[in-house]
Design a protein around this ligand. Structure first.
Ligand code: ASP
Length: 442
């Protein structure tokens, strides 16, 4: 049997392996990129099978079991209402702070302003090419443009209440699965002793799945090495036009300020304790988010890290992490505000204060509607752009073309890795704070 000492040594070794793998992957990827040729495919595929798929395979079982057991352990609907209400307030507050921070930084540094007509034309032409080359995504963006903000709400709502929960689970729709698990958890809790046997089975299954996750964590450094090597080999760390480099710099700066200053202070202010210590204790989840660019794929590791190393209660974690992976996206909210304002700057459109407020508000909405999968924030970005375009139309200003998003599409993966890390970190912080309201009974 593992003693606390051996478990701690295991965590330390895993951390060293993960950081080592990340460092080696960046070096190898950059070397491969410099050599040229299409070498990224093999690495990405190997990473996909060793890192992403094993995690994705467990997402729906973990979400269903953890939410169901978590809700049943919370008990009555009124207790659930209290915890749910507090969680929602924390989600919205932290996303708002992130979007405001992003907007303030991009307006302050203004990397898109003052670009010469010639440089802008070159960027736009290149962006249009990138946009046109990614036909599937371009189509999703065009359809998001036509449905606008109202469509975004409708899309969230239609995912929340599934017509057929099994179909949703098969298709990997986490929001519908959460809703279904939430109701079943409440139902089982309310029938008292009669629900005991079913709950025992579900929590035994959850314990088994968590054990499988702890095994997968040992393979993760290898998977991470392959996956990140593939990403760096494909994109490279140079060859980015100056304004776009400026945008990346501001986005990463904003994400760092939010992750290292705002969220730890937020954690302390709401009674979650020392946020920096907590950040270190959930590092395996943060590294998983960074390498997979997927909040959903990180759910299993985030739950494991919060409960075993982060001192969060199971009650809080089982509820906050799966829900947060789809709804609470601080990094994405910040990113949406930064990109939208950057693109308007680049196209020489002066936005007034009310339009900047609109960007902040729609960035939060778009972040809530973003799925926890790679690059999905790029698609919902269109919601923010079309809201501002509609406001500009009343001033008679020409709209920003959706194809402008192509300008930042090529470098999206780097920013996606960083914003996903902040998304998951935000969820962990809320889980830590909610632990105060929902401690474990035993
Ligand atoms: N990749 C992000 C996530 O999974 C979503 C996004 O594209 O912003 O959290």
């Amino acid at each position: 049997m593992a003693t606390p000492g051996t478990a701690f040594r295991g965590t330390k070794l895993q951390t060293a392996l993960l950081f080592g793998a990340l460092f080696a992957a960046i070096l190898t990827g950059q070397m491969l990129h410099a050599q040229g040729g299409d070498v990224a495919g093999f690495w990405s595929i190997a990473g996909e099978y060793l890192l992403v798929r094993p995690l994705q395979m467990l997402v729906i079982p973990v979400v269903f079991l953890s939410v169901c057991c978590g809700i049943a352990s919370v008990g009555t609907p009124s207790q659930l209402g209290r915890i749910g209400g507090a969680t929602a307030v924390l989600y919205v507050l932290s996303m708002l702070m992130a979007a405001v921070l992003g907007a303030a930084l991009i307006e302050w540094f203004a990397p898109g302003a003052g670009v010469s007509d010639q440089a802008r034309a070159a960027l736009v032409a290149q962006g249009q090419q990138t946009f046109a080359a990614d036909a599937a995504r371009a189509e999703r963006m065009q359809s998001a443009t036509s449905t606008g903000v109202g469509g975004a709400w409708l899309s969230i709502l239609s995912q929340v209440v599934p017509k057929n929960p099994l179909k949703d689970a098969v298709e990997g729709n986490t929001i519908g699965t959460i809703f279904c698990a939430l109701l079943l958890g409440l139902g089982l809790a309310s029938v008292g002793e009669r629900g005991r046997a079913a709950l025992d089975v579900l929590s035994a299954l959850l314990a088994g799945v968590m054990r499988v996750i702890s095994w997968i964590l040992w393979v993760m450094p290898v998977g991470l090495f392959f996956f990140v090597t593939g990403v760096v080999a494909r994109i490279g760390l140079q060859n980015v036009a100056a304004p776009v480099l400026g945008y990346i710099g501001v986005a990463i700066l904003g994400l760092c300020v939010h992750a290292f200053i705002v969220l730890p202070l937020f954690c302390r202010a709401f009674g979650g304790g020392n946020g920096w210590k907590f950040m270190w204790s959930v590092r395996r989840a943060l590294l998983t988010a960074f390498s997979t660019s997927s909040s959903n794929a990180t759910i299993p590791v985030a739950i494991e890290s919060c409960v075993t190393d982060g001192g969060c209660s199971r009650r809080s974690t089982n509820f906050v992490i799966p829900l947060g992976a789809t709804m609470n996206m601080d990094g994405t909210a910040l990113y949406e505000a930064v990109v939208a304002l950057f693109l308007f700057q680049l196209f020489g459109v002066q936005l007034g204060f009310s339009e900047i407020v609109l960007v902040v508000a729609t960035s939060v909405l778009a972040a809530v509607g973003t799925a926890g999968i790679p690059s999905s924030g790029l698609v919902t970005l269109v919601i923010v752009i079309s809201a501002v375009n509609a406001a500009l139309a009343s001033r008679g200003v020409a709209p920003l073309p959706v194809a402008a998003v192509g300008i930042i599409m090529g470098v999206d993966r780097i920013v996606d890795m960083s914003r996903t890390t902040v998304n998951v970190w935000g969820d962990c912080v809320v889980a830590k704070i909610i632990t105060r309201v929902a401690p474990d009974a035993d």
